[in-house]
Design a protein. Structure first.
Length: 591
């Protein structure tokens, strides 16, 4: 069983002008050579949120990685990806960001190198965050695999230990060969007689004496010297960087070296960024490890027009932060001596002056959260705990949401909150409609396996038992009553609402269903692996082809070819081609 609360951000309001109390910022940004053409105070769209994961229990989003022999605190983004990355685990909000309709085959408007001045070998993708209708924030991600070659076993003195181990292993291999030549005159060689370290080979203290073991293993196996030898990690040419790009031209408006916002930021630091609704500010979070194994973090607000610092707050802990209706909500988490997540505290800060006293502060059982309308949801720290929902105005725990966890989810449909609870045996879903005061207004239990809350609609599906579905039911969002239920010839894998129709992804392609009646309109064969929604048409992408479709008629309107090593992604109202091998993003549109 798997729940599906699909990701789409809320429709933002038009922002107020820049707050008068914004501090005079230091010059942290590097303007581009070209003069920016976008408006001074853009409408700020919140960053897309990540799709709620399957109900298998939320995994710890604070991981311990080994880079250069040091333990580094890592946010398992996606940032990610995406790292699109964060807020983590946020359910879908009420309104989709629609792709600007492309009525004909698109052109490649411009191509941008998203490494933002970093060495391309150290970059693994980027976040692309839409800022209003005219700007894109680019956040390159550090490629941790570039530090994995030997980084976890190399230490000062490793190379000398390897050489001793290799010589000893070679002598051992020679002794074994001699024994095999004359089995009657000698005893089989004892490894301990050749082991160069003052201790037993069988003790296997690899963590502290990896060089001996690696060298001995190569020599004993008759491999060439250096075969398994770890390499000293080289500090990469990567500095966490932000770049604001003009969506019309692809020109950089400004770039920020994050180490100028926070001197302790290095390639090992974890950086995230988010737009702050209703303001001309951007939020930037940077977290890094301290010498004693703990963590330090900073949250900084940046002026979107100039790229200059407005305000900053520092924390002696690991911190995540996100926008909640124009407030900067921060969750601080202590790191224990064992490197685990300890106690967490959530607070609401003024984005114009982060050093002001918090609007409110409360202890929470989790270290990631997301805005949920007039509330803030905190996801549980592990699968055997439950999260909670808090009033954004006061920070007090709401009358609902204390059961948020692996079997209970929440999502907004219009102004109504929808609660999904899955039975322990997985045979039914309870759907609960909750008003803005947190009170239940209707409740319905459905004999079904899975549920989707997508684009202001609620769907319930029955599984065939092999990760596919055959029947679909649409519920009335105002009272939970069944609108229609139908069974389809082609089993489907996912449900989406696109351009006023229901699109079912099948193994063969897609089935388009009438939203009002549930009747099948047409089926289309396709190798698409992703779909995108416009106001009057939808798009399928995969296997090197992007195609546009109408919800009422079979056959594509146009198709656009791209390379097999590329992929199509959505950035706000735009579609773009990502080429990770070249570290490039190309915006699509009609000239």
């Amino acid at each position: 069983m798997e729940s599906h609360v699909t990701d789409t951000p809320e429709t933002p309001s038009t922002p107020a002008s820049e707050p008068a109390d914004a501090a005079a910022p230091a010059s942290d940004a590097t303007p581009a050579d070209s003069t920016p053409t976008a408006e001074t105070n853009p409408t700020v769209d919140p960053a897309p949120t990540a799709e709620l994961p399957a109900r298998s229990g939320l995994k710890l989003p604070v991981l311990l990685g080994i880079i250069g022999g040091a333990i580094v605190v890592v946010i398992a983004l996606v940032l990610v990806a995406v790292l699109v990355v964060v807020p983590l685990f946020a359910p879908k909000s009420s309104t989709q960001v629609l792709v600007k309709d492309l009525t004909e085959e698109p052109d490649e408007l411009w191509t941008y190198d998203y490494t933002a001045g970093n060495d391309g070998d150290s970059v693994s993708g980027a976040q692309f965050i839409p800022i209003g209708s005219g700007k894109i924030l680019v956040v390159p991600s550090f490629d941790t695999s570039s530090q994995s070659s030997g980084g976890s076993s190399w230490y000062e003195g490793y190379d000398d230990d390897y050489d001793q181990g290799f010589d000893a292993g070679t002598e051992y291999a020679a002794a074994v060969d001699a024994y095999l030549q004359d089995l009657s005159s000698t005893e089989y060689p004892d490894t301990e007689d050749y082991w160069p370290f003052d201790g037993s080979y069988d003790d296997y203290d690899y963590e502290n004496y990896a060089g001996f073991y690696d060298g001995f293993s190569d020599g004993r196996n008759g491999d060439e010297a250096g075969t398994s030898q770890a390499e000293k990690p080289v500090e990469p040419d990567f500095t966490p960087t932000l770049a604001l790009v003009d969506a019309k031209s692809g020109d950089e408006i400004w770039t920020i070296d994050i180490s100028k916002l926070d001197k302790k930021v290095t390639f090992e630091s974890i950086v995230d960024a988010f737009a702050i609704e209703g303001t001309n500010y951007l939020g930037v979070v940077a977290a890094h490890q301290t010498d004693d194994g703990g963590a330090e973090s900073t949250v900084t607000t940046v002026d979107l027009s100039s790229g200059k610092r407005v305000s900053q707050a520092k924390f002696d802990s690991f911190a995540t932060a996100f926008d909640a209706n124009g407030q900067v909500v921060v969750i601080e988490t202590e790191i224990t001596d064992d490197g685990d997540a300890g106690d967490s505290t959530m607070s609401s800060l003024n984005p114009g002056n982060l050093d002001d006293d918090a609007r409110w502060e409360t202890d929470v059982e989790g270290y990631t959260g997301y805005a949920l309308g007039k509330f803030v949801a905190v996801t549980p720290s592990d699968s055997d705990k439950e999260g909670a929902v808090y009033d954004l105005a006061t920070g007090k725990e709401a009358d609902f949401g204390d059961d948020l966890g692996s079997d209970v989810e929440y999502a907004f449909v219009g102004d109504q909150l929808i609660r999904l609870e899955y039975s322990e045996d997985g045979d039914s879903v309870e759907v609960d409609g909750i008003n803005t005061q947190g009170k239940s207004v209707w409740k319905k239990s459905v004999d079904a396996d899975d549920a989707w809350v997508t684009d202001n609609e609620i769907f319930i599906a029955d599984s065939t038992g092999d990760d596919a579905y055959e029947s679909l039911q649409r519920l009335n969002v105002s009272n939970g009553e069944e609108v229609w239920k139908d069974t389809y010839d082609d089993e489907f894998l996912y449900v989406d609402v696109a351009a006023g129709a229901v699109v079912l992804g099948t193994e063969k392609g897609i089935t388009v269903v009438n939203l009002g009646s549930g009747e099948e309109v047409y089926s289309e064969k396709s190798d698409a692996s992703s779909s995108f929604t416009g106001s009057s048409q939808f798009y399928l992408a995969g296997d090197g082809e992007l195609s546009a479709y109408k919800p009422t008629e079979d056959g594509d309107i146009w198709s656009f070819d791209y390379d097999d090593d590329e992929e199509i992604t959505q950035i706000g109202q735009y579609l773009a081609v990502l080429n990770d091998s070249k570290d490039e993003v190309t915006l699509l549109g009609v000239k």
